[in-house]
Design a protein around this ligand. Structure first.
Ligand SMILES: *[C@@H]1O[C@H](CO)[C@@H](O)[C@H](O)[C@H]1NC(C)=O
Ligand SMILES: *[C@@H]1O[C@H](CO)[C@@H](O)[C@H](O)[C@H]1NC(C)=O
Length: 204
């Protein structure tokens, strides 16, 4: 009898867990890349508004940057120049604050929707609109923490297999698929929906 109770409890536990299916959506991007900007503007925001509770978004703001250490100081080179490195670092610093995923999405979306996603003035406005602490983002940007964050994002970007050849790269549940990559860039909602076994109403 006792073991039957255990079986029932375990079954119930797993059923509650499986109710809350979430899919991990990793987005490897860079702040001045036109394809990344288009993806944020046209896909991410609207998909997140519809099925955000079924997704865990994992942002990796690095792209095709490179990094090296000289005289104890880190230097980064970015595909679209120094400003892009700044933008990536601001994004990394906001993500490190644990403001919650919804605010992260709103902040990054506001940045990528603005005239210059990397401008500190613009990012301060975004921070105020969304309600995240820009003073603390700026401290992280200036005090070296932002560099450490970018280094980690660089290591993650370089560790993707097969090697990333296009930005944005979009990966579902940690396994690269060319089919997901091709479809997600222009139809994120349906691509994510296809991967959810329990479809939220917005998928149907
Ligand atoms: C999506 O964009 C709209 C319009 O810019 C904005 O009001 C909304 O907060 C955004 N939603 C998210 C989840 O970022
Ligand atoms: C914002 O962050 C700064 C620096 O970390 C801190 O001193 C300040 O109290 C914070 N402001 C709010 C409103 O939390």
């Amino acid at each position: 009898m006792k073991s039957l109770t255990t079986i029932i409890l375990v079954t119930l536990f797993y059923c509650f867990k499986c109710e809350e299916e979430t899919l991990k959506l990793s987005i490897y991007y860079e702040t001045l890349c036109p394809d990344s900007i288009r993806f944020f503007r046209n896909q991410l925001n609207s998909t997140y508004e519809k099925i955000g509770s079924s997704i865990e978004v994992d942002f990796i703001p690095y792209g095709f940057a490179t990094q090296y250490k000289a005289d104890g100081k880190w230097t980064f080179h970015c595909q679209h120049g120094t400003r892009e490195c700044s933008g990536n670092k601001y994004h990394a610093c906001e993500l490190a604050q644990e403001n919650g995923e919804e605010k992260d999405v709103q902040f990054l979306d506001c940045s990528m929707r603005s005239r210059d996603p990397t401008s500190s003035k613009q990012l301060q406005i975004c921070a105020e609109n969304v309600g995240v602490n820009f003073t603390s983002i700026n401290e992280c940007f200036k005090n070296g923490q932002g560099d450490e964050l970018l280094i980690k994002y660089g290591e993650r970007t370089n560790a993707v297999s097969p090697k990333i050849s296009y930005i944005p790269t979009i990966i579902i549940n940690d396994v690269f698929s060319q089919e997901v990559q091709n479809n997600a860039e222009f139809d994120l909602l349906n691509t994510v929906c296809k991967h959810l076994s329990k479809k939220p109403p917005a998928c149907l």
